[in-house]
Design a protein around this ligand. Structure first.
Ligand SMILES: Nc1ncnc2c1ncn2[C@@H]1O[C@H](COP(=O)(O)OP(=O)(O)OP(=O)(O)O)[C@@H](O)[C@H]1O
Length: 609
């Protein structure tokens, strides 16, 4: 038992996390926290002074031997002192409670902000790693209240130690023997608590992975994204059972431990009660012989439960500090992650002149961060501003990967991507990305207003002109359905918020296109941006694409010939390599892989003619 307690105290990693947590709190809310600590000390001082004043009062009453008349003044003075101290104690307690709540909320907000800043700062490769998700999930699970919990547990422990010191002083003042006698009877209960809090902590760590599995099932059962399939495949009962089985496994282990703890605690608290009565008998015996006063006995009666709870709170406090430090570990793990690509210290300015820009892939090869398989091999591509360039290929050929590299979400493993002859790694990634508006294949549906959905395309703009937003929507073919929404451009979308309107997948896709068109970049990337559009909408978009592109360049990924044939140039990708390239009509004439890819479309086209 003792070894587990000392193990906790000597656990170096936990100690480092506690120190770092305190440094974090200090850096965020140092003064406020000092105030909280000071108020707690003041509160404790008032509590024990008021108790001591009460003891004095009882002693005066007892000494008067039933003739209070001669002691009235002393009694009134003592009552006033005890009353004033109790009042000050209550005020100090209220102030320390209020200030600690405020400080805790402030620290929690700062911490949430840091976690969000880290999630935004890290590059996309982190989202490929299950390890990152584990860290993010653990940090989120740890909760923003942990630093405060560590601090409060430390402060409470200090406060309880102060109380123990004050109680010990009072007991010694009555009779020093009381202290060792009670320690013998009370300590076993404390030990049981320490040992079982340690065992509970170990159980929690052991079961983290199972706990996550149960969270996964719970999320699956309740999420909107899985609601349709769960109903149509009738998966509800099965998934519910999976969740239940895991929870039962977790609960059974927990119950077993709690049961053991309870039986041991019953025995040790019985021992503590024996200790209490032994001390009482000892005190009464001394009182009979006039060695202690009635005030001493009264204060002993008041102090004994205080001693018990202060000891209990001290040991619990130490356990809480260490348990919370494990959670802080998860938060610090996340905050310590470093982005894998750093912007250059002296970043080049992205060319702003009117001269048309050219983006180039030069001998680019690439594999994803956690997969050594090359998905692009020595590819050369050219995207000039003012032209529409198509990238075509079968599923898995590497088209979307090119778009991710183009947007500098990853860097090539060899070769380079250039803008106007300069390696794009020499620009700041934010400034570079401002040149490219993208509709990703798996675009995002923002559950905010229609206007915001479009304005997100150029969030740095100070004022969003509603005419410009409408223009982007019209170009994307979205204006019609937006006008029919209850509050047209001010309608909140999705079902996450009260009164939101849901769109069809095709309508969401048109909105994503409007967002990219609203983007100020000189290139527009459409990665299968019309996959959910009806033929009429798709034809409408591409028929006018060239006119509203103006001087911008476009890079279009599509599986439909009707779209690809609008391009000035096309690259044909097969298993990560460019196997054909040229003007679409010439590629058809070649009758090679390009023609094979669009065979069915071509048959339809010719039958339409
Ligand atoms: N995050 C990833 N980690 C590892 N491999 C990936 C990742 N994303 C894609 N891949 C692999 O890279 C290859 C190219 O994928 P990519 O998404 O670029 O294909 P695509 O041509 O866009 O296909 P589709 O037409 O189906 O959209 C595939 O073999 C795929 O398995």
């Amino acid at each position: 038992m003792v070894s587990s307690f000392t193990k906790q105290l000597l656990d170096l990693k936990s100690n480092l996390q506690i120190a770092r947590t305190l440094r974090l709190i200090w850096s965020l809310e140092g003064r406020g926290m000092l105030f909280v600590v000071a108020m707690i000390v003041v509160e404790t001082a008032f509590l024990f002074s008021s108790l001591y004043a009460l003891k004095g009062l009882i002693d005066i009453i007892a000494e008067s031997g039933g003739h209070l008349g001669t002691h009235v003044e002393a009694v009134i003075r003592q009552i006033l002192i005890a009353g004033a101290l109790t009042l000050f104690y209550n005020i100090a307690r209220a102030i320390s409670f209020y200030s600690s709540e405020i400080q805790s909320a402030k620290v929690a907000e700062h911490l949430n902000d840091s976690i969000h800043a880290k999630a935004v700062e890290l590059d996309l490769s982190f989202y490929e790693s299950p390890g990152y998700f584990d860290k993010l999930q653990r940090a989120k699970e740890a909760g923003d209240g942990r630093p405060h919990a560590v601090l409060m547990a430390l402060v409470d422990t200090a406060k309880n130690l102060l109380s123990l010191g004050a109680i010990a002083y009072l007991f010694i003042a009555i009779d020093w023997l009381l202290l060792p006698i009670m320690a013998c009877f009370v300590l076993p209960t404390m030990m049981v608590r320490i040992v079982y809090s340690d065992k509970l902590k170990a159980l929690r760590i052991r079961n983290t992975a199972i706990e996550r599995a149960s969270n996964y099932y719970s999320q699956l059962i309740t999420a909107e994204s899985s609601a349709k399939e769960i109903r149509s495949y009738g998966l509800g009962a099965y998934l519910k059972q999976c969740y239940f089985n895991i929870r039962m496994r977790l609960l059974t282990e927990r119950y077993k431990l709690t049961k053991q703890q309870t039986t041991r605690e019953i025995a040790t608290t019985a021992l503590a009660s024996i200790g209490f009565f032994a001390c009482m008998a000892y005190m009464v015996n001394k009182a009979i012989h006039g060695a202690v006063t009635v005030g001493d006995i009264s204060i002993f009666l008041v102090m004994f439960p205080q001693l018990f709870s202060a000891l209990q709170a001290t040991t619990n406090g130490i356990s809480t500090v260490y348990q919370n430090s494990i959670f802080m570990d998860s938060i610090f793990d996340l905050l310590d992650l470093k982005s894998t690509f750093d912007d250059p210290k002296a970043a080049r300015a992205v060319p702003q002149d009117d001269e048309p820009l050219v983006l180039k892939f030069e001998q680019v090869s690439f594999h994803y961060p956690f997969d050594s398989r090359l998905v692009l091999r020595n590819i050369n591509l050219m995207f000039p501003q003012g032209k529409i360039v198509a990238i075509v290929g079968a599923n898995g050929a590497g088209k979307s990967t090119i778009i991710k590299l183009l947007n500098r979400l990853y860097d090539p493993v060899s070769g380079r991507i250039t803008l106007q002859g300069t390696d794009i790694r020499k620009f700041s990634s934010n400034a570079y990305r401002k040149q490219i508006g993208v509709v990703f294949q798996d675009f995002c549906r923002y559950h905010v207003s229609v206007s915001e959905n479009i304005a997100f395309g150029n969030i740095d703009l100070a004022n969003h002109e509603s005419a410009a937003i409408k223009q982007a929507a019209s170009q994307a073919g979205a204006h019609g359905f937006i006008s029919a929404l209850p509050k047209d451009y001010q309608t909140v979308l999705g079902r996450v918020f009260e009164g939101g309107s849901e769109l069809s997948i095709g309508q969401w896709q048109k909105l994503a296109t409007a967002r990219a068109l609203y983007h100020p970049g000189r290139f527009l990337v459409l990665d299968e941006a019309t996959s959910a559009l009806d033929t009429q909408s798709e034809n409408g978009l591409f028929a006018s694409l060239r006119s509203f592109l103006g001087t911008r360049g476009a890079i279009v990924v599509s599986h439909r010939y009707s779209t690809v044939k609008q391009a000035d140039y096309a690259y044909v990708l097969r298993e990560g390599e460019v196997v054909e390239e040229g003007i679409p009509e010439e590629l058809i004439a070649k009758n090679g892989y390009f023609t094979a890819l669009f065979n069915t479309d071509l048959i339809y086209e010719s039958s339409d003619c």
